[in-house]
Ligand binder design. Structure first.
Ligand code: ADP
Length: 552
């Protein structure tokens, strides 16, 4: 509060103080949009469908069942599931009854999974039957879990330790009332939680509130956000266990957009088939998924004409990928930036009006413009706040109503400064508010005192027609302390050697940035959510596992 206002009387508004809640989103989706919107779950052969009204009824039945299992107040209910209709019902039932949904990232290492389920003190876990073999290994180590609900398949396939009861999902829901008297909750209370994938340290818990989910959903639907509306059919490739599937499920219920859920069929072939048959208008996934889809389509063309826009985020999207989608399939690729800590939608790259030609691509390849709900600042090495001048490079810090202000039960002051979240992402901001990230702080390459952007080099190498994927890390160098090393995955049936690729880069980057270390790998190491795993590549390099060409 400014000095001028200290001690002054506050005049309150005459507006109602209705809490922003997930139950409200559920009512809107399952009521007015209940008959017109549907969730489609892919089964491998085809699709199964439920109207949003049906999802609402199943959410009510699940809430009754969970109450009977003793779930009250703020207890955590975990999900160990793919994207499907049952997971969607849990997304609404658990927070709306006042409990807390904890989406477990099935791709974390088993010890990390046990860590997060124990840390969050999950009481109940819903598990897809196709994931039982994986879950079985964890169960004996889960200290607080009392009930496991097996979705689909046979519950007898799970061997439970003493003190844990196993239930079949359908039997448990059978005969339960199809309505639930959703309690009126404090909008600031916990609704859902998600742990970061822990690429650097042990996973950290981010706890979303009803209010943050509600406001974030509105941002997803804004025209300059993802522009989701009742006219959309949204293919949610991004897993519901990764940053809440980027908020798509809640946003879709808010406006009555249908959802297409791929379940476990995340490979290019079924995704392409889903698009051709279910005709989504929008879709969202990390760049590596779209790289795979593009390669598949090149070999086996399908009708992609239903897609008006594809949202790409979670890692820097190579401009070559955006251009290929547009030129070959007339699909617009929208680049977005976010983190588990930012709900996750932080910025979206829609160029300002009136911008054309190459300049338009510069905007579109950026991480995008920070919206009103996400305030940003750049901070330099000496904690100095830097200007938005399109040149000064620093760490991006953000704050706002859907940005985490702390981690759950885990003080990590390093990540927060004076109420701002330190993103660990480095770049600059233009005067008109567009963020351009050059690296993650820990991936920055410092060569002879100058910074080289690994992301920039990757994008430029990936523009070569023979290259499917390229990862760049800094490797120790006697003279320059660090130099970039490029790890290349070639497209199937394509050839290119280090000298040719370096030549290809020579007109694109400054001479001193041209990498001299190259390696060709059959597959890029990826994290649990499909991003380049640079930590693993660095380890492979340190352990001498890579066959390196040194160009002089
Ligand atoms: P993790 O940190 O474990 O990968 P998140 O999914 O929360 O888990 O990742 C957030 C990070 O992903 C961001 O801090 C940023 O480094 C990266 N990221 C997300 N979107 C983009 C993007 N469009 N461009 C570049 N980096 C991105």
């Amino acid at each position: 509060m400014s000095d001028q206002h200290k001690g002054a009387q506050i005049m309150f508004s005459t507006m109602q103080d209705a809490p922003l809640s997930i139950a409200r989103i559920l009512q809107q989706g399952s009521g007015p949009h209940g008959a017109s919107a549907e969730v489609v779950t892919w089964t491998g052969e085809g699709a199964r469908r439920s109207s949003y009204a049906e999802v609402g009824r199943r959410a009510a039945r699940l809430a009754h069942a969970l109450r009977d299992l003793g779930v009250t107040g703020d207890q955590r209910v975990g999900t160990f599931m793919w994207n499907n209709a049952e997971h969607l019902a849990a997304y609404f039932a658990v927070p709306s009854m006042g409990a807390v949904l904890h989406t477990l990232n099935i791709r974390l290492f088993p010890d990390q999974l046990c860590y997060v389920a124990n840390h969050a003190e999950d009481q109940v876990v819903l598990v897809d039957s196709t994931l039982l073999p994986l879950f079985q290994k964890l169960l004996p180590e889960l200290r607080t879990v009392r009930h496991v609900i097996v979705v689909g398949g046979d519950k007898a396939a799970l061997e439970a330790p003493t003190g844990v009861e196993v239930h079949g999902h359908e039997e448990l829901l059978d005969g339960r009332p199809e309505e639930f008297d959703w309690p009126e909750l404090d909008e600031r209370s916990a609704a859902a939680m998600c742990y970061t994938s822990g690429t650097t340290a042990s996973p950290k818990g981010v706890v979303y509130s009803h209010r943050s989910v509600y406001l974030h959903s509105m941002q997803v639907c804004m025209t300059d956000g993802m522009a989701m509306s009742q006219a959309d059919r949204s293919l949610a490739v991004v897993p519901m266990f990764h940053a809440m599937s980027w908020g798509l499920p809640y946003a879709a219920f808010m406006v009555g957009a249908s959802l297409i859920m791929p379940d476990r069929f995340l490979q290019p072939e079924p995704l392409v088939k889903m698009i051709a048959e279910e005709r989504p208008t929008m879709a969202a996934a990390v760049p590596t998924i779209w790289q795979g889809v593009l390669q598949y389509l090149d070999a086996d063309p399908h009708d992609m004409s239903s897609l008006r826009e594809v949202v790409v985020g979670g890692a820097a999207c190579p401009p070559s990928l955006m251009k290929a989608f547009e030129e070959k399939y007339d699909i617009s690729v929208l680049h977005a930036w976010g983190m588990t800590e930012t709900s996750p939608l932080g910025s979206v790259a829609r160029p300002p009006v009136g911008i054309t030609g190459e300049q338009r691509w510069t905007y579109r390849a950026s991480q995008g413009r920070l919206p009103a709900g996400v305030q940003g600042r750049l901070v330099g090495d000496d904690a100095r706040v830097l200007p938005w001048d399109g040149k000064s490079v620093g760490e991006l810090e953000v704050r706002g109503p859907w940005i985490a202000g702390a981690y759950y039960g885990d003080d990590d002051p390093e990540k927060f400064r004076d109420g701002w979240l330190r993103t660990g992402d480095v770049g600059f901001i233009t005067p008109d508010g567009f963020v351009r990230l050059t690296d993650r702080a820990k991936d920055v390459i410092k060569s002879g005192g100058e910074w080289i952007s690994s992301v920039d080099l990757e994008n430029k190498v990936m523009a070569h027609p023979a290259v499917a994927e390229a990862m760049v890390i800094g490797v120790p160098d006697e003279k320059w302390s660090e130099r970039p090393m490029v790890a290349v995955v070639l497209r199937e049936g394509q050839q290119a050697d280090a000298a040719e690729l370096r030549e290809f880069l020579s007109g694109e980057v400054a001479r001193w940035q041209l990498p001299e270390y190259w390696t060709f790998i059959p597959e890029a190491p990826k994290t649990s959510v499909g991003k380049f795993d640079k930590k693993r590549l660095r380890r492979q390099h340190a352990d001498g596992e890579l066959d390196i060409t040194h160009l002089t």
